[in-house]
Design a protein around this ligand. Structure first.
Ligand code: HDL
Ligand code: ZN
Length: 420
C-alpha cells in the first residue's frame, strides 16, 4: 500500500478519525426502552441539553435566582433563563455552552437565529428511539456503555423485571454506595434480603458477593465501576477496604470483567447546586499502584479528576499492563486539557490508552463531545506522525486506521476481553 507523504498526512488522519466508529465507554445515557416510574430514563431534546448540570453551575454565576427556586421551575423555564443569560447576554464560549451550539448545528439548526423557540419547535416530538438513531449516527458511535446503579430506584425495576437493553447499549455495574456510602447502603441491602451488617461481620462478605453476582447476572456488565473521593486509600483498615478486596475484586475476577476507578470526585461541595454541586480534589494515587500490584489477576480502568494527577496516572500506566488509562473525565473534558493529556499520554504510552469517553447525560451531547474530541485527537496524531516521518519512518493509511481503531474502539474491547 502507498506510503503517505507529509502533505497528505493531515487530511488522511482527520478522515480516518472521523470515519472510525466509537465505543463510548462511560456515559449516563440509557437504552431508549429503559423506563422508570417517571417514564424513559434517557434524557434527550433541547431543554434537557440546556439544563445540563454543567450549564446550571454556569448560569448561577450570572443570575441571582435562588437555586431551590430555579429547580422548582419547569425545565423549559430553567432552559429559558440559561439561554438568556449564557447565550444572549454573554457569549457562549465555555465548552458546555459551545457544545450546545455544535450539537444544534449538527441537528440542522441555524444557530445564527438565536431563536430558542424555533429550535424547540424543530426538535419537538422526536421519539427516544428516533433521537438515539440520529444522534449516534451523527456522532458515529457504534457502542454506548451506560452507568447502571442497582441502588437507583428509578432503574431497579427495569432490571428486576428481566429488561433487556437495545443493541449497541451495554451495562456498567456502578457500585459507589459500597465504597463511599456503606453505612447508608447497609439498611438498603438488608431490606433487599442481604444479611449484611455495618461491621461487615457474619455472612456480610458472602452476601455482598451475592449482591454483586446477582446484579452482574441481570445486567451482564462490561465492567464494574466506582467514583472515589480524593482521600480514598487502600488499605486503610476501613470496611471499604475490605469490601473492595474481599467482595468487589473477587467478583470482578469471577465475572471476568475489569474494575473502573474514577478518582477525585468531591461530592456536594455546594449542596444547593444539587447535581451541579460536586467538585474535585487531588488524590494520592499510591493505592492504585498497590491494587494493580497486589491483584494482578484483576484489570483496572482508571481515570482521575485532578489535572495534577494526570501525569502520575500515566506513569502508573507504564508500570502495570493490568491498568488501562482512560478518558478526560468531567472537569478534564475541556479542549486545553484534552490536548495536554492526549499529548502526554501518547508520548508516554504510545497508543496503549483510551483517550476519551463522553460522560454524556443528555443524548445529543454525544454529538458535540465527540466532534470536539475527535478534532483534538486527530490534531495530536498528526503532530506525532509528523515527528515520526521526520526520522525517515514511513507510514501507510492502514497503519493509521489500525492505531485510530485501537484508540477509539479496540483498546476497550481488548481490555474487557470481549468482541462487540
Ligand atoms: O461520577 C460520575 O460518573 C461523574 O461523571 C458524574 O456523573 C458527573 O456528574 C458528570 O456527569 N460528569 O460529567
Ligand atoms: Zn460519569
Amino acid at each position: 500500500m502507498a506510503q503517505l507523504t507529509l502533505s497528505e498526512l493531515s487530511s488522511v488522519v482527520h478522515e480516518v478519525v472521523e470515519r472510525q466508529p466509537i465505543t463510548d465507554m462511560h456515559t449516563h445515557l440509557y437504552s431508549p426502552n429503559m423506563r422508570g416510574p417517571q417514564g424513559p430514563l434517557l434524557l434527550w431534546g433541547i431543554d434537557a441539553l440546556l439544563t445540563y448540570h454543567y450549564l446550571v453551575a454556569e448560569v448561577m454565576r450570572w443570575s441571582d435566582v435562588a437555586p431551590d427556586m430555579f429547580f422548582d421551575w419547569p425545565v423549559e423555564r430553567q432552559a429559558d433563563l440559561i439561554w438568556q443569560k449564557l447565550f444572549i447576554e454573554h457569549s457562549p464560549v465555555s465548552e458546555a455552552e459551545r457544545g450546545v451550539l455544535t450539537s444544534l448545528k449538527a441537528l440542522g439548526m441555524d444557530v445564527r437565529s438565536r431563536d430558542l423557540g424555533a429550535f424547540r419547535a424543530a426538535l419537538a416530538g422526536v421519539s427516544a428511539e428516533a433521537a438515539v438513531r440520529r444522534s449516534l449516527q451523527l456522532a458515529n458511535i457504534a457502542h454506548v456503555v451506560m452507568t447502571n446503579d442497582p441502588f437507583d430506584e428509578a432503574e431497579r425495576a427495569f432490571w428486576l423485571s428481566g429488561g433487556k437493553v437495545q443493541t449497541g447499549f451495554h451495562a456498567a455495574l456502578r457500585i459507589d454506595p459500597l465504597l463511599r456510602g456503606w453505612s447508608e447502603a447497609v439498611p438498603r441491602l438488608q431490606g433487599w434480603g442481604y444479611k449484611v451488617d455495618s461491621a461487615l461481620g457474619g455472612d456480610s462478605v458472602a452476601e455482598v458477593q451475592r449482591f454483586l453476582r446477582e446484579w452482574a447476572g441481570r445486567m451482564a456488565p462490561l465492567y464494574m465501576a466506582v467514583s472515589l473521593p480524593p482521600d480514598f486509600s487502600y488499605p486503610d483498615g476501613s470496611v471499604a477496604s475490605r469490601v473492595l478486596a474481599e467482595c468487589i475484586l473477587p467478583m470482578c475476577r469471577e465475572a471476568h470483567i475489569p474494575f473502573a476507578m474514577m478518582i477525585g470526585s468531591e461530592r456536594q461541595v455546594n449542596p444547593t447546586l444539587r447535581l451541579a454541586g460536586d467538585g474535585l480534589g487531588r488524590a494520592s494515587l499510591g493505592f492504585v499502584a498497590r491494587l494493580a500490584r497486589e491483584f494482578p489477576a484483576n484489570r483496572f480502568f482508571v481515570t482521575v479528576l485532578s489535572h495534577e494527577n494526570q501525569h502520575e496516572l500515566i506513569v502508573l500506566g507504564r508500570k502495570f499492563r493490568n491498568l488501562m488509562v482512560f478518558g478526560c473525565w468531567w472537569f478534564m473534558n475541556n479542549p486545553v486539557i484534552i490536548e495536554d493529556m492526549t499529548r502526554m499520554r501518547m508520548e508516554l504510552l504510545g497508543t496503549s490508552f483510551i483517550p476519551q469517553h463522553s460522560d454524556a447525560r443528555v443524548l445529543e451531547q454525544v454529538i458535540y463531545k465527540w466532534t470536539h474530541s475527535r478534532a483534538i485527537i486527530a490534531k495530536v496524531l498528526v503532530d506525532k506522525y509528523a515527528d515520526l516521518m521526520a526520522t525517515g519512518w514511513t507510514l501507510e493509511r492502514a497503519e493509521i486506521e489500525r492505531d485510530v481503531a485501537d484508540l477509539l474502539q479496540d483498546n476497550f474491547w481488548r481490555f474487557v476481553g470481549k468482541r462487540p
